[in-house]
Structure formats: structure tokens, C-alpha cells
Design a protein around this ligand. Structure first.
Ligand SMILES: Cc1cc2nc3c(=O)[nH]c(=O)nc-3n(C[C@H](O)[C@H](O)[C@H](O)COP(=O)(O)O)c2cc1C
Length: 435
């Protein structure tokens, strides 16, 4: 059986699945139940300075639901922990003592003043926690007070606060980045320059989840007024993966450990983050939607996958896909693919025809004979865009075939170059690796 235990910055955990800093980690009772369910670690809900924060007393969440009412995205206007600092610190100490094999990271957000950090850091270290995570990402409420994303959007502040933390604490420092920025490499580089041991990302994305049209009020609202919140859940995974990959392949931050966060609901999601360079994976929304026990599926799924692929440890698979992420201008324009419809499994619904006809390249034509419809690819028009594959309701009914060297692309009239590098010669092609 593959070994999924993790060693991130010297912090060991039985698996790479940590609960992200959020309601699931805001008190002892939650964290103990999470550890009982099998979570490898937690990032405790962000602590700030006393006096405690006051949250709204009405709806603080909103959801984007799919047609089956599955949660695709979650929006929140919650602030950092509103419990007294000393209560949190005592609970952290107790839980860490009782669960020495689990990772205990404490998330922090205090004003951007050296004294504030100098004061809180020894108190956290004294609990026996394994590390700290600097919350430079919260996009609402705290950012208006000059904290959270207000720091994470200014690389100079990131570097300065990170350096204070490295100066006043012996604990490993993980800098949690905000995605509400144009180029994620800039804050990551600033964190590295400040001496960060790792970065974690992403925190939530600025968002308004919707408008109650009958009342003409944005939602969620408090007594008729709303405010933008932070967006997370499955919908943000592609954004998070891109940002993780950008940092992993940036020569300026090569080797900087990454804790991947954003939309992880299944072991596959987690494996994708690991393949793009993440050493641990943090989860919030999926735990809030499905409960703590999903960690058991995450672990067994990842173990099975690693067994099948022959990865003995997480380090064996970490970062394996990073080198496949390129700038657009590095892509191979000699490579040609065409859609293929499997007539045996096609249910003749015509969706592929409609979307190709109306919005793409008019490359799928319909032939109608009495009592029967048939959809076929016109290779002279197909550009291999993949829209039909994505829209077809029957899995594997429309696939893409790669034109072989020498084969003529009917669309351009050119033969595919004999010397272009395609998937058959790609270093990550499993059959090639096996050979
Ligand atoms: C209700 C809620 C509260 C959160 N509170 C915090 C917080 O206090 N500190 C923090 O760093 N991130 C906080 N987050 C962000 C999560 O830690 C995580 O970065 C984000 O939700 C993306 O992960 P996910 O898609 O698995 O939910 C919060 C998220 C939610 C949904």
C-alpha cells in the first residue's frame, strides 16, 4: 500500500489532508472530531487580537447550486475567529497534546504593526503548535481594517510581515495568499523574500453570489444591505490550480513548498494539486458540505491511485505535471486533432451538432432519414476545439483522435509534419515511461 504520510516543512501528518482555516477548525470540539475522523492536520480558524471580532447575526453564507442542488460554489462574509484569544490558545494547546501525530497550524491575522506580531507570536509558540499560517487573504471585513487581503495585495507588506514572523518565532511560517490579485507570482516571491517556509493558496475570491430579484437586494443580506464575500468550493478549483502551477513553475520560487487549497472535494482534486506541486492539500467547503468523514474517501482514493500508478510516496508524484504547464506561445502548433463520434453509443440527441453549428466551426452535420438521425464529423471544418466532447451527455461517445505524421489535415490541406513532437514522444506519456 502506498505511503500517504506527509512531511511538510518538517511537520509530519499521517496524510496530506488538512482542514483549512475556517468554521470546521474554530474550536476544540470540531478539531477533535475531525482528528477522530482521520484528518491529517488542521489550520486553526484565524486568530486575531482581543477584543474579539463581531460577526453579522444573520445569513453569512450564500451558495451557487447546480441543477441537482449540489454546491458548486460557496460565498461567505464571515470574519476571523470571534472567540477570545486565550480560549483558542488553551484549546490549541490541549488538542495538540492529545493528538501529537497530527499537524496543528495556527492561522494569524493582526494589524500590520511589528508590535502586534511580536506580542502574539510567542503566545502561539507556547501552545506547542507546529507552525503558523499568515492570513493575508481574507477579502472582506478584515481587509477594510488594513488586514487580510489588504496586506496580501501589497508585496512589500507581505515581505515585511513575513520577516517579522521569522524574526519573532521559531515556528515554520506559511504565508496564505489571496487570489484577488493579477499576478500570483508577485506575492509568492515577496513571501519567499521575507523568509517564508511555504505558501498556501488560495484564500477566497471576491464575489456577490446573487440578487434576490423580488426584493431587489443582493444576497446574502443583513437587514436589507449586503457586502461582497469570499467565494470558494468546486467552482474555484481551476483558478487555484492555475495559481499553484504558476508558483511551482516560477524560477524565482523554485522549491518553495506549497499547500494547495481551493475546491478540493475528491481524491482526484487533491491528486491534481499534488501533481502541480502541492505538498499538502487543505479543504474547507467539502467538509462543510459533506462532513468530516469525507477524509476517509480522500485517503483511500489517493492510496489506490498511487498503488495503481506505482507511486510509493507523495514525494514520488508531487510536481510530476508541473513541467507540462507552458506559456501559450510554447504550444505545438503542428499538432492536429479531430473529433470522432462513436455511432454505437451516440443517442442522437444532437447537442454536439447544435453547439458546433451555432457557436463553433459548423463541423458536425446531421443526416436525417425517416425515423433516424445521424451526426457525423466533417473533418474539413473540424479544428479539434473539444466543445462537442465537453457537451456530449454520453461519456466517451465523442473523443479526439490525433493525426499521425504524414496524414493530411483536410481543413488546411497540409500533411502533418513528420518531425513534430506529439504525445507519443512526450516524457509524461505512461507507455513511454514504461518503455
Ligand atoms: C465560512 C468560511 C470562513 C473562512 N474563514 C477563514 C479564516 O478565518 N481564515 C482563512 O485563512 N481562511 C478562511 N476561509 C477560507 C478557507 O480557509 C479556504 O481558503 C477557502 O474556503 C478555499 O477552500 P475550499 O474551496 O476548500 O473551501 C474561510 C472560508 C469559509 C467558507
Amino acid at each position: 500500500m502506498a505511503d500517504i504520510s506527509s512531511n511538510f516543512l518538517g511537520i509530519r501528518s499521517p496524510n496530506p489532508f488538512w482542514l483549512a482555516s475556517a468554521p470546521p477548525t474554530d474550536k476544540e470540539i470540531n478539531v477533535v472530531r475531525a482528528f477522530e475522523a482521520g484528518w491529517g492536520g488542521v489550520v486553526w480558524k484565524t486568530l486575531g487580537e482581543d477584543p474579539p471580532v463581531v460577526n453579522v447575526h444573520g445569513p453569512r453564507y450564500g451558495t451557487l447550486l447546480g441543477a441537482d442542488r449540489r454546491v458548486l460554489g460557496l460565498n461567505n462574509i464571515e470574519l476571523i475567529s470571534d472567540r477570545p484569544l486565550q480560549t483558542n490558545l488553551e484549546e490549541i494547546r490541549r488538542v495538540k497534546r492529545a493528538w501529537p501525530d497530527r499537524a496543528m497550524i495556527v492561522s494569524l491575522m493582526v494589524p500590520c504593526e511589528e508590535q502586534s506580531w511580536k506580542s502574539i507570536l510567542p503566545q502561539v509558540e507556547d501552545t506547542g503548535a507546529d507552525g503558523i499560517e499568515l492570513n493575508f487573504g481574507c477579502p472582506h471585513g478584515m481587509s477594510e481594517r488594513g488586514m487580510g487581503a489588504a496586506v496580501g495585495q501589497v508585496p512589500e507588506y507581505i515581505q515585511m510581515v513575513t520577516a517579522w514572523c521569522k524574526h519573532y518565532s521559531r515556528l515554520p511560517v506559511i504565508v496564505k495568499l489571496t487570489p484577488n490579485i493579477t499576478d500570483i507570482r508577485q506575492p509568492a516571491r515577496a513571501a519567499a523574500a521575507g523568509g517564508a517556509d511555504a505558501v498556501s493558496l488560495i484564500n477566497t475570491i471576491n464575489s456577490v453570489i446573487g440578487v434576490d430579484l423580488e426584493r431587489m437586494v443582493m444576497s446574502p443580506s443583513t437587514a436589507g444591505w449586503g457586502s461582497h464575500g469570499g467565494y470558494c468550493g468546486p467552482a474555484v478549483k481551476p483558478i487555484a490550480l492555475n495559481m499553484v502551477a504558476e508558483i511551482a513553475r516560477d524560477p524565482a520560487t523554485t522549491g518553495l513548498p506549497i499547500s494547495g487549497i481551493g475546491g478540493v472535494s475528491t481524491w482526484r482534486d487533491a491528486a491534481e494539486f499534488i501533481a502541480l506541486g502541492a505538498g499538502t492539500v487543505q479543504v474547507c467547503t467539502a467538509a462543510m458540505v459533506y462532513g468530516f468523514k469525507i477524509v476517509q474517501d480522500l485517503c483511500s482514493g489517493l492510496e489506490n491511485f498511487m498503488d495503481q500508478q506505482g507511486y510509493a510516496t507523495l514525494d514520488d508524484m508531487r510536481g510530476r505535471a508541473v513541467s507540462t504547464v507552458k506559456n501559450w506561445n510554447q504550444l505545438n502548433l503542428q499538432h492536429v486533432e479531430k473529433a470522432v463520434i462513436n455511432q454505437d453509443s451516440c443517442i442522437q440527441c444532437g447537442r454536439c451538432h447544435v453547439v458546433c453549428e451555432d457557436t463553433s466551426h459548423q463541423a458536425i452535420f446531421a443526416t436525417t432519414t425517416p425515423g433516424a438521425r445521424r451526426f457525423e464529423i466533417n473533418e474539413a471544418e473540424c479544428v479539434g476545439c473539444n466543445l462537442c466532447v465537453s457537451m456530449c451527455p454520453v461519456p466517451d461517445t465523442i473523443t479526439m483522435r490525433v493525426l499521425k505524421p504524414g496524414e493530411v489535415d483536410q481543413r488546411t490541406g497540409h500533411a502533418v509534419s513528420a518531425d513534430y513532437a506529439n504525445w507519443t514522444t512526450h516524457p509524461n506519456n505512461p507507455s513511454r515511461v514504461a518503455a
